[in-house]
Ligand binder design. Structure first.
Ligand code: FE2
Length: 250
């Protein structure tokens, strides 16, 4: 059968994705990473205040990051700035969509009319996950943005033994890196819809960070390893005079 030839040469188009949560991902700058990891390791050593009662996970070692650890550190500045950036990106994306639909002429100008995004850190903790522990599906109440900072690669070196090693596919796709979904984080937005993803699976990398709405469900799958899976999380409240970035004022 001959290949079908379309007679239309060029169509100008753009695909907008205006609905659903925004996920920010990036890499912690090197100098911040060193200080951040020192702080996290220090907290794990001190083990002074168990956070386990307040969290959802089947994890024995969860520790609060008290304000005294963050106060006026570069890590605190870094956290505030990425969270503010998240809010500003969400507002800019809103205006970008309007601009593309010709509702406004300059989305940068419109974005600037929004006041600076205010940010408060309202909680933080360290997760030290060991072999066979897991974090069931949960969300974070009393805040609007949450975050995860990873201190390990979850790869074939980390995984000692794959769970169900004879199963060579996961969700219909071949297993990559020899780890299947073991030790990965999955964000759950909704069931699969037509032409859209309902969930997003993320394989932790050392120095990687994520920010996403705190209302978004998420889970960490169990793994078998001699090493611990180390991550830190912070909850934030972002406020602005724009409808898409606020907390409780709708
Ligand atoms: Fe969480």
């Amino acid at each position: 059968m001959s290949e079908r030839k379309y007679r239309v040469e060029k169509i100008n188009y753009e695909v907008l994705t205006p609905f659903g949560p925004s996920v920010m991902t990036g890499t912690i700058p090197k100098n911040i990473y060193v200080q951040f990891k020192d702080m996290v390791e220090g907290i794990v050593k001190e083990k002074k205040e168990s956070h386990a009662e307040r969290l959802a996970g089947r994890i024995e070692e969860e520790w609060t990051i008290g304000e005294e650890y963050l106060w006026q550190t570069q890590v605190e500045e870094f956290l505030i700035s990425v969270a503010q950036q998240y809010g500003e990106e969400v507002i800019e994306r809103y205006y970008f969509n309007q601009f593309r639909l010709d509702s406004i002429t300059d989305y940068h100008e419109e974005s600037k009319k929004t006041s600076k995004v205010g940010c408060n850190i309202v909680g933080g903790w360290v997760n030290e996950m060991k072999s066979s522990e897991y974090n069931p599906i949960h969300y974070h109440p009393f805040c609007n943005v949450t975050s995860v900072f990873f201190f390990n690669n979850i790869d074939e070196e980390f995984i000692k033994e794959m769970i169900a090693p004879n199963n060579k596919v996961i969700s219909g796709a071949p297993i990559e890196n020899g780890t299947s979904g073991d030790g990965t984080l999955e964000l759950i937005y909704k069931s699969m819809g037509y032409f859209e993803q309902g969930t997003l699976r993320i394989r932790p990398k050392e120095g990687m960070f994520l920010l996403f709405p705190s209302s978004l469900l998420h889970t960490v799958y169990p793994f078998i390893s001699d090493k611990r899976r180390l991550s830190a999380s912070f909850n934030f409240i972002l406020q602005s005079n724009h409808g898409v970035v606020n907390f409780g004022e709708r």
